[in-house]
Design a protein around this ligand. Sequence first.
Ligand code: PGA
Length: 246
Amino acid sequence: MKQKLIAANWKMNKTLDEALKFTKAIKKAKLKNNVIIFPSYPLIPTVQKELQKSQIIVGAQNCHHMECGAYTGEVCAPMLKSLKVPLVLLGHSERRQYFQEDNNLVNLKLHAALRSNLDIMLCVGETLSQREKDETQQIIKDQVSKGLKDVLAKNMGKISIAYEPVWAIGTGKTATPNQAQEVHAYIRHLISELYNNAIAKKIQILYGGSVTPENSSVLFKEKDIDGAFVGGASLDVEKFLKIVNT
Ligand code: PGA
């Protein structure tokens, strides 16, 4: 069976000591699947150093859309590149919700990341009211097509997608395997329309939203679910490892 990709999104959690403790534990563990960790910016160099001999990828949770300039408190893609961070997360629903990031800004950030030759994990997902109004496909279509606007096919190998229904993030309400599979298949279909079948087949699409050791195995059985994007359950190394070794 093809290896899954499991991402830990620590969000604004963990002190340096807590990050080190987690990292030392995961470094020693046997991993059945591929792992990405997204720590917050100041923790990146320490986590990276600790994991340098492992296969685990350390990514950033966000970047600015400009190369440099007077943007106090922000971090740009060239800085991440200079720190040898290979991957950045963009368009997470918390960025969209609390920091007013729309599809246009996500797209600008994505191009900034590509200019610095970073890989990108693009997050998409509908809210509960959008799902209830039967708008899920339209929202996903908008987020995928506008997020990827002007991205050339030759750069699609650098992109992965995390589908995270907003109503499932941090709520304990996971999408059913059927609900998740339906949207994952739709995203793959969109990618084949925007690009081609080969790219659609290859792109990794992770499911996120209250993933736990209890529900990960049923989700992983679905054909179009290539892995998991884990928030809450990624803060505890034991729980996270159970998901990784599902
Ligand atoms: P959660 O978060 O696993 O706590 O629901 C998922 C996410 O980061 O979006």
